[in-house]
Ligand binder design. Sequence first.
Ligand code: ADP
Ligand code: MG
Length: 352
Amino acid sequence: VDPLFLPRSCRLMLLVNPQSGKGQALALYNSHIQRMLNEAGIPHTLVITERQNHARELMREADLSQWDAFVILSGDGLLWEVINGLLERPDWEKAIRTPLGILPGGSGNALAASIHHYSGASPVSSEELLVSCGFLLCKRLVSHMDLVSIHLSSSPRLFSFLSLAWGFVADVDIESEKYRHVGAARFTVGTLVRLASLRVYKGRLAYLTSSRSANKSLTGPPDSLLLPLDQPLPSDWVVVQEEDFVLMLAMYQSHLAEDLMAAPGATMDDGIIHLFYVRAGISRAALLKLFLAMEKGAHLAANCQHLVYKKVRALRLEPHSAKGIITVDGEVVEYGPLQAQVHRGLSRLITG
Ligand code: ADP
Ligand code: MG
């Protein structure tokens, strides 16, 4: 039986990426988090990450008997490393049940914004979001969180906790990295820039809404719904008619960014991939309107003919153009055909 709360005398590893966001994560620890954790009586070991993949390596090697939780103070990228590092272990099944926590210190803090939203509090940003997530952490309540496994054509399988994007959203996410110094506003700036050069992305999209098994194999959690990527889809998959898109966005938590509630209906462990796509032909004005409405999660009520929303368990995407960007949890991955399946409640997250 999984504990519902972190133990009283828990031992917590706090991973801080000093380069995340505006480069202030360590200052945020000193100004807010250290005192908060001390007052709540939560002993913690501070680990400052030194380079990309450092956290992932630490998770592969960590002695799990020494730790009750791994908490990160950074953007979503560092948690992505932690989750994938834990699932690469031979004892992945035990490792991924270690409670994880997230404190927003990056420029992409979507999971922190989602947790804050699930707590029922009204929207905040920046340091207020950090303080809110700090308080939630101190309450020590542990919940289950869905993960999604993603198969790319030649990279090893990887795991995702937030989002999978292709087209407009993926381009904005990556192009806006150069506006990192403006913090979370980078997505707003990036959206406006990308709107000016709006384009169509060609590809084939298919999804599965039922959870009937197709296959069993692999080490790690088996992807029972997926056949190998080079095999035709089983007959119960739905192939989307259109092949011209402006974006495809698969979400498993509510927020795509601090101020973008892309999947207002999502909860932590609903076992659902909230799949959105926007068909080509949408005007710039209509697309801008969708993104503005997304701030309050009102885009689905905007009655946009080009926006489609489906709740699915698995999906397959085959982009037709030779070059492009696909992101998983805001990080670039191999471009090409991919498929994904949800694993309900596979991980544990401290949510307050
Ligand atoms: P942000 O939201 O600002 O992008 P992230 O947490 O997503 O913050 O981190 C961005 C990237 O920085 C991640 O890919 C992570 O692996 C990498 N990283 C972690 N520690 C360091 C470090 N010390 N120096 C440079 N990059 C790092
Ligand atoms: Mg990031």
